[in-house]
Ligand binder design. Structure first.
Ligand code: SAM
Length: 162
């Protein structure tokens, strides 16, 4: 696959997995967490497709497109190593959906980071809550789910809390 193919596969997979997670969590009332705002493309998709949900964004430095910048009261600014444990104190195990796209271009670094934050993410999910991640996560108790038909294996991962 060319780098262009890989990029397209990641984008298509993010959209397919987010839409699937939205369907799987319909009716759940807890908040939705976006980990890593970046340009704000996936955040914007979530706002468009989940208009009735409370979406909180975790980001250390906002540099998003103006159309895709969360309001101040939905932005949790700082390093996720600090803000995820703080979010557990604030929200408890209530999140209906968590999407993480925190990685960069270094696959080994992304894997180490995913390993390190997995125990910080896992307790935030409500029973039945769904985690969508661009990198494989390392959870103790979450079940990995099959990908929706449009997603490319290895480009996106879905987990459910039971
Ligand atoms: N999904 C986004 C989009 O569609 O535009 C792209 C996200 S971008 C790949 C990753 C983002 O994660 C960057 O904005 C970066 O600042 C943020 N990030 C990476 N490590 C972080 C950390 N430890 N704490 C908070 N934010 C972090």
């Amino acid at each position: 696959m060319s780098r262009l193919d890989l990029f397209i596969a990641r984008m298509v997979s993010q959209r397919a997995c987010l839409d699937h997670a939205n369907d799987l969590t319909k009716g759940m009332e807890g908040p939705v967490f976006e980990l890593g705002l970046g340009n704000g493309r996936t955040y914007h998709h979530m706002v468009e497709t989940m208009p009735d949900r409370d979406i909180y964004v975790f980001e250390r430095a906002v540099a998003s497109h103006p159309d895709s910048t969360p309001p101040d009261d939905r932005l949790i600014l700082g390093d996720v190593y600090d803000t995820l444990p703080a979010a557990l104190g604030r929200f408890g195990p209530t999140a209906a959906l968590i999407h993480a796209d925190l990685g960069g271009h270094n696959r080994a670094k992304n894997d180490a980071f995913a390993r390190a934050i997995s125990p910080l993410v896992e307790p935030l999910l409500a029973k039945g809550g769904i985690m969508v991640a661009s990198d494989r996560m390392y959870f103790d108790a979450l079940e990995e789910l099959p990908l929706p038909p449009d997603a490319f294996p290895g480009r996106c991962f879905i987990y459910r809390a039971s």
